[in-house]
Design a protein around this ligand. Structure first.
Ligand code: NAP
Length: 251
C-alpha cells in the first residue's frame, strides 16, 4: 500500500461544512480515510462532495465554541464510529477591530475556539490514543499570523501564534507515544473568513500584489498538505507549522 494512502484510517475534522475544513474532508476521503465531519451547520454539501469522489463520511453536530461541547463531540464520535486516528483542528473564527477599542467578548470568543478548544480536543484525542496504545496524528490549522503580526485582529494573531507554540509543545510531549502534532498555515484563501478583505478593493489588490503565486488560494490548495501530514509518509514529521501560502512568507 502507498505510504500516502489513508485506507483504514478515521479522521475527526472540525468545522467541515465549508471552506478549508470541507476541502480537507474531501481530500482525506479521496485518499481512503473515513471522515467524521463535525460542526454546528448542515454538512449536506460536504457529504455530497465526499460521495462524489467515492469517499466515506459521517456527520456529527456540535458547537465547537466551548470545551465541553467539543470534547463531548469527540467522545460521541468515538462511541458512534470507532477509534479516531487523526484529529484535524480546523474550526476557527476571526474578529476585526482596532486594538484601541477591541472588546473582551471578541478576545474570548476567538481565543476559546481557536486555541483553548484546540488544546482540549488534542488532550481528549491523545488520552484515547494512549489508552488504546495506538499512534495517531494531530493537524492544527494555523495561519500566516502564526508568524507575522497582522493588523486589527489581536485575538486572532494571539490565538494562531499560540497554535504554533502549542503544536511544538504537544509534539515534544507526545512524539515518543507515536502521536505526531503538526500545523498547516494557509496563506490567503477564498473562504467566509476572508470575505471582508476581498470586498475591500484596495486591500484585496495589496494582498494580491504581495503573493508570489499571483492569486489567492482555493481551499483545495491547502488540503494536500494536511493529507500528507495525516499519512504514514509523514510519520517522522512532527512539531512543524508548514506554510501553504503561494510563497508569501519567502517574500
Ligand atoms: P470559514 O469558511 O469561516 O470556516 C470556519 C469553520 O469553522 C466553519 O465550518 C465554521 O462553521 C466553523 N466554526 C466556527 N465557529 C464554530 C463553532 N462555534 N462551532 C462549530 N463550528 C464552528 O473559514 P476558513 O477560512 O475555511 O477557516 C478554517 C480555518 O482556517 C480557521 O481556523 C481559520 O482561522 C484558518 N485560516 C483561514 C485562512 C483564510 O485565508 N481563509 C487563512 C489562515 C487560516 P459555521 O459555518 O457553522 O460558522
Amino acid at each position: 500500500m502507498s505510504s500516502f494512502s489513508l485506507n483504514g484510517r478515521r479522521a475527526f475534522v472540525s468545522g467541515a461544512n465549508t471552506g478549508i475544513g470541507q476541502a480537507i474532508a474531501v481530500d482525506l476521503a479521496q485518499h481512503g480515510c473515513h471522515v467524521i465531519v463535525v460542526g454546528r451547520s448542515s454538512m449536506a454539501d460536504t457529504l455530497a462532495a465526499v460521495r462524489a469522489v467515492g469517499g466515506k463520511a459521517d456527520p456529527l453536530e456540535a458547537d465547537l465554541g466551548t470545551v465541553s461541547g467539543a470534547t463531548a463531540a469527540f467522545e460521541a464520535a468515538v462511541q458512534r464510529f470507532g477509534p479516531i486516528d487523526t484529529l484535524i483542528n480546523n474550526a476557527g473564527i476571526i474578529r476585526r477591530a482596532d486594538s484601541l477599542v477591541f472588546t473582551e467578548e471578541d478576545w474570548d470568543a476567538v481565543m476559546d475556539i481557536n486555541l483553548k478548544v484546540v488544546f482540549f480536543l488534542s488532550q481528549a484525542f491523545a488520552r484515547a490514543r494512549t489508552v488504546a496504545g495506538q499512534a495517531g496524528s494531530i493537524i492544527n490549522i494555523a495561519s500566516l499570523l502564526s508568524f507575522q503580526g497582522g493588523i486589527r485582529v489581536p485575538s486572532y494573531t494571539a490565538s494562531k501564534s499560540g497554535v504554533a507554540g502549542l503544536t511544538k509543545l504537544l509534539s515534544n510531549e507526545w512524539a515518543a507515544r507515536g502521536i505526531t502534532v503538526n500545523a498547516v498555515a494557509p496563506g490567503y484563501v477564498v473562504t467566509n473568513n476572508t470575505e471582508a478583505l476581498r470586498e475591500d478593493a484596495a486591500r484585496n489588490q495589496a494582498i494580491l500584489d504581495r503573493i508570489p503565486a499571483g492569486r489567492w488560494a482555493e481551499p483545495s490548495d491547502i488540503a494536500g498538505a494536511v493529507t500528507f501530514l495525516a499519512s504514514p509518509a509523514a510519520r517522522y514529521v512532527t512539531g512543524i507549522t508548514l506554510p501553504v501560502d503561494g510563497g508569501w512568507l519567502g517574500r
